[in-house]
Ligand binder design. Structure first.
Ligand SMILES: NC(=O)c1ccc[n+]([C@@H]2O[C@H](COP(=O)([O-])OP(=O)(O)OC[C@H]3O[C@@H](n4cnc5c(N)ncnc54)[C@H](O)[C@@H]3O)[C@@H](O)[C@H]2O)c1
Ligand SMILES: O=C(O)C1=N[C@H](C(=O)O)CCC1
Length: 245
């Protein structure tokens, strides 16, 4: 049995994760903690799942890694500086691993993968992500990661700057620039999590769209991460290697 702790257990995703861990025959939910609980309650867990908030996740990770507990992290808001800090903590706690994935939905991971594959065939790519209005970070972790993957594929494919004649614009009108890829963030009641990758070429457009219809969509990927994190050395980014992508 894998002893699992959950941070953010009362949150929108945390509730689903706790249900899934409790239903898994190879896991035991040993701690279900939220913001008013001490992180000390994680003692005894082998793996901790974190779906909290970008403002608190780093403190959680420092404590867990320092105590030899392998984190599986869904919380977003990671940039290269934060990832470097996590790598430093892992280096100081040999044998402890960490998986950080901006999206645990299998279809979302495939959407990112397909966008990366398609990127080198199109001169233009833009990303539109659409989320519920309670979301703290913009653009979403998924959109940020997709843009990075697309930018890397474009660079490997020898593609230069995208055509864009904009010479005057209101602040924000062209979205955020992530590695040269424009990312537009919509926040709208009624939405959960959605993304479109628009790829434009000569006379045709490819749209790759992903829709999250329920937060239970994240749990198979989280359980996969919990099962595998102990054997993945150091820091693993994204679910892709666990899906052989
Ligand atoms: N990677 C993915 O697949 C994925 C999917 C959905 C959401 N997310 C991300 O997960 C995070 C949480 O999303 P959500 O919609 O569940 O948010 P939410 O606000 O519904 O839940 C977060 C929970 O964390 C709790 N919390 C805050 N500080 C805490 C602390 N120090 N210790 C323990 N619990 C604490 C809050 O009280 C809340 O219950 C966000 O960063 C979101 O972007 C990632
Ligand atoms: O609801 C959220 O918040 C989500 N966050 C992740 C992101 O930022 O990409 C994944 C999708 C849902």
């Amino acid at each position: 049995m894998i002893r699992v702790g959950v941070l953010g257990a009362l949150g929108r995703v945390g509730v689903e994760v706790c249900k899934a861990v409790e239903a898994a025959t190879d896991m035991e939910l040993v701690a279900a903690l939220d913001k008013d609980d001490s992180v000390e309650g994680l003692r005894g867990a082998e793996v901790v799942v974190d779906f909290t908030h970008p403002d608190v996740v780093m403190g959680n990770l420092e404590w867990a890694i320092g105590h030899g507990i392998h984190p599986v992290v869904g919380t977003t808001g990671f940039d290269e500086g934060r990832l470097e800090t996590v790598r430093g903590w892992l280096a100081g706690s040999p044998g402890t691993n960490c998986l950080i994935a901006p999206n645990f939905g299998i279809a979302a991971v495939l959407m990112m993968h397909f966008a990366q594959q398609a990127a080198r065939y199109f001169e233009s790519v833009e990303i539109v992500e659409l989320h519920h209005p309670n979301k703290a970070d913009a653009p979403s972790g998924t959109a940020r990661r997709t843009a990075e993957l697309v930018a890397e594929a474009r660079s490997k494919g020898g593609l230069g700057q995208m055509p864009d004649a904009t010479s005057t614009a209101l602040d924000g009108a062209r979205g955020a620039d992530v590695g040269g890829v424009h990312v537009h963030a919509v926040r709208l009641s009624g939405l959960i999590a959605h993304q479109e990758v628009l790829l434009g070429g000569d006379g045709e457009i490819l749209t790759i769209r992903h829709d999250t219809m329920s937060r239970s969509a994240f749990t198979p990927g989280v359980l996969l991460g919990v099962r595998r994190v102990r054997e993945l050395p150091g820091l693993t980014l994204g679910l892709e290697p666990l899906l052989d992508l």
